[in-house]
Ligand binder design. Structure first.
Ligand code: TRP
Length: 333
């Protein structure tokens, strides 16, 4: 039996925070033996919003180093940069001829981003979901782990694949979204009704993967709680404490009952200190590996070269099939 294929794309913009680790990366480390996984830095997508070129380049290295530091193995998975595999952009063009303006116009992420970047509502931003469909469809992907905010893009990807197949025969595998369970989310420290987000303007709201231990301890100490005293999991009435309990449980690998029992009768102060220490203990080995990997850009580049070549070997036959299906003359090679 061949393993099902998983495709995951992430934009090299900004730094990762603990939610990215506990909600995604940590689980992927476990998936890597059971699935054929592609982890792709989607730099082509990133420039649909204006970027500083030097920062984009640094963020791309940073993100790859972080993936490796978290335990994703570039020998078991394909970890590469989207712009290194030109088939992504080429397939996106073809698929854009199979996507309706009306469909793209309905995308809520486009509407949100257009509202936020009014001076730069470019065609790339509009066509963003088509490029995402190309990413996924190039590799006969079965499963796409994404947040709920990407559901609409996944539905569009499936529609494009089915539309193309209906016209030209079974060219594409129709992929499925693989969504996180509700409740598995980590919330903002200061505003626990909101999701913890790396783009939050207040850094007290999140814990970044590269935060110093002293910063992590301080952020946990200052996290918003309530005026009760009991440490009890009740996300509705005790959002702050419940969030800290989830963080503690994920960081230590314990169940919610364990956490509740361990802190029975203890004060919030002690509990927050324990949460901070648990997060530090989880992140310290990752940060150490990260700094070692990150300083050797040559090794990162070599790994990327090997992985992009392997990705191309998978992408090229799909693109050729598509070119043939639409009626392009096959060039002699
Ligand atoms: N749009 C995704 C996001 O913002 C990133 C992305 C691009 C992606 N291409 C993808 C995700 C392909 C999954 C599969 O999160």
């Amino acid at each position: 039996m061949t393993k099902p294929t998983i495709f995951s794309g992430i934009q090299p913009s900004g730094h990762l925070m603990i939610g990215n680790y506990t909600g995604a990366l940590k689980n992927w480390v476990e998936l890597q033996d059971h699935y054929h996984c592609l982890f792709v830095m989607v730099d082509l997508h990133t420039i649909s919003v204006q970027q500083d070129p030097a920062e984009l380049r640094q963020h791309t290295y940073d993100l790859i180093a972080m993936y490796l530091a978290c335990g994703l193995d570039p020998k078991k998975n394909l970890i590469f940069v989207q712009s290194h595999v030109t088939e992504h952009a080429e397939l996106a063009w073809i698929l854009s001829c199979y996507t309706f303006m009306g469909e793209l116009n309905r995308m809520t992420q486009y509407k949100d981003k257009a509202a936020r970047h009014q001076a730069n509502i470019n065609a790339g931003l509009f066509g963003y979901p088509v490029l995402m469909a190309a990413d996924i469809l190039l590799y006969n992907t079965n499963l796409v782990p994404v947040g709920n905010d990407q559901k609409q893009h996944m539905e569009l990807t499936r529609d494009i694949a089915q539309r193309f197949n209906a016209r030209h025969g079974e060219v594409f595998t129709v992929p499925e979204g693989y969504y996180p369970k509700v409740g598995a989310r980590i919330m903002s420290l200061q505003n626990p009704d909101k999701k913890m987000s790396k783009s939050d303007s207040n850094s007290q709201n999140y814990i970044a993967m590269l935060d110093q231990p002293s910063v992590i301890l301080k952020k946990c100490k200052r996290a918003v709680t309530d005026s009760d005293t009991d440490i009890r999991f009740d996300p509705e009435n005790k959002a702050g404490i419940s969030n800290l309990m989830s963080i503690y449980a994920t960081a230590t690998g314990s169940t919610m009952d364990d956490v509740q029992n361990a802190f029975e009768g203890k004060g919030y102060g002690d509990f927050k200190k324990a949460v901070g220490e648990a997060v530090v203990a989880m992140l310290e080995p990752i940060q150490k590996r990260y700094h070692e990997i990150r300083k050797d850009e040559t090794s990162i580049e070599k790994m990327l070269q090997v992985n992009a070549e392997k990705a191309r070997e998978l992408a090229r036959p799909t693109l050729e099939k598509v070119y043939d299906a639409v009626g392009f003359v096959k060039p002699l090679r």
